[in-house]
Design a protein around this ligand. Structure first.
Ligand code: NAD
Length: 361
């Protein structure tokens, strides 16, 4: 029997509650498809600090590195805010990202027909939106040196360095082209090549990689125009690939097209093990109340099925189940709508799991 080892890291706040529901759905997928998921749980973030004095215990890092994929809930909360930066829950997350060499961050932005009213934009602009932003995660000004603030001629000067090697650009471009091939065979690369030499190189290398993908239509766009087009006409986009800093900003902008934080999954891919997590945080304000929306975590598990295990049909079944449950009128508090049936975290997980079970494998 095909077996996959999943490092399950629920984290803090609502993390354990939403993770429980993703596990429920994965159990049904295993039943249907005949694969075996071996789930190994670990404590990270504030939970890791409370138990072991560190947000990323060595054992957890080893377990994650030896797994086939990592599924993470969320980390953080006011309880740990007074801690030194090196011990904060968020450090655990950064440690996992760099320890696993996760260089490509994938953020799908899907506007579900039944939640269209949650978008701050007009329904005519966002109906049918299904785009994917691929952000480079380990380069750019976030890691480049020299960096810092220093005194120079009687005043302070701040410096950050934007740097990309050809190899870094090439590997993210390959991921983007491969994924574009599984979708509409359209890829948009976003840069600022008219002003920044680094992104002139970015444009050149992406174009070179594109020669190996003649079946994918490659376009380029400057980042300022892209920021504007995402609001004006987001329907023109399918897959967007961009640098760390531009991706940081554009992915948050694009996520707001949906208007519902509890619905947005994400994936971070590396050389070997990938990590999947909802885009939202640990929501300490609602933790323990049984009202958190588990759908972003369930959709993150679907991304894991597709990208790490090659189970595209099962991933699609989970995504279809989420759509069906929403179409039936079930809503958690955060996506409450007039006339809808309000359900809790557990019930939402049950409804999705039942739907997945009901679809023919
Ligand atoms: P947040 O995303 O946790 O919450 C923002 C708002 O959205 C809150 O009102 C919350 O109740 C709501 N919300 C978020 N997810 C929800 C869900 N699934 N269902 C229903 N409502 C949901 O952001 P925040 O309040 O700024 O941060 C809280 C903590 O989470 C902080 O400690 C922060 O550092 C951490 N954080 C962690 C991650 C991560 O683990 N990847 C990401 C962002 C923030």
């Amino acid at each position: 029997m095909k077996t996959y080892r999943i490092a399950v890291l629920p984290g803090d706040g609502i993390g354990p509650e939403i993770m429980q529901e993703a596990k429920k759905v994965l159990a049904v997928v295993a039943e249907r498809s005949g694969v075996r998921f071996v789930l190994e749980e670990g404590l990270v973030g504030g939970a890791g600090y409370d138990a072991y004095g560190t947000p990323l215990p060595d054992e957890v890092m080893k377990m994650a590195a030896a797994s086939d994929a990592v599924l993470l809930g969320a980390v953080g909360g006011p309880k740990w805010e007074p801690l030194d930066y090196s011990l904060r829950p968020e450090r655990g997350l950064l440690g996992l990202r760099s320890g696993l060499g996760l260089f490509a961050n994938l953020r799908p932005v899907v506007v579900f027909d039944d939640l269209i009213a949650a978008s701050p934009l007009k329904p005519s602009v966002v109906r049918g939106i299904d785009l994917l932003i691929i952000r480079e995660l380990l380069g750019d000004a976030y890691f480049g040196k020299p960096r810092g603030v220093r005194g120079e001629k009687g005043q302070r000067v701040g410096i950050n360095t934007i740097v990309y090697t050809e190899a870094e650009i090439r590997r993210i471009a390959k991921v983007a082209f491969d994924i574009a091939r599984t979708r509409c065979r359209k890829l948009l690369s976003v840069d600022k090549a008219n002003v920044l030499e680094t992104t002139e190189l970015w444009r050149d290398v992406v174009t070179e990689v594109g020669r190996d993908y003649p079946d994918v239509d490659l376009q380029h766009m400057y980042v300022d125009n892209c920021a504007m087009q995402l609001i004006r006409n987001p329907g023109q986009f399918d897959v967007i690939v961009t640098t760390n800093m531009f991706g940081d900003i554009l992915s948050d902008e694009a996520s707001m097209l949906t208007g519902s934080l509890g619905m947005l999954p994400s994936a971070s891919l590396g050389e070997k093990v990938a990590m999947y997590e909802p885009s939202h945080g640990s929501a300490p304000d609602i933790a323990g109340k049984g009202i958190a929306n588990p759908l972003a975590t369930i959709l993150s598990a679907a991304m894991m099925l597709r990208h790490s295990f090659g189970m595209a049909d099962e991933a699609a079944a989970v995504e279809k189940a989420v759509r069906a449950v929403l179409a039936d009128g079930a809503r958690t508090e955060d996506i409450r709508q007039e006339g809808a049936r309000i359900v809790g975290t557990i019930q939402m997980g049950d409804l999705v799991a039942e739907r997945v079970r009901a679809f023919k494998a």
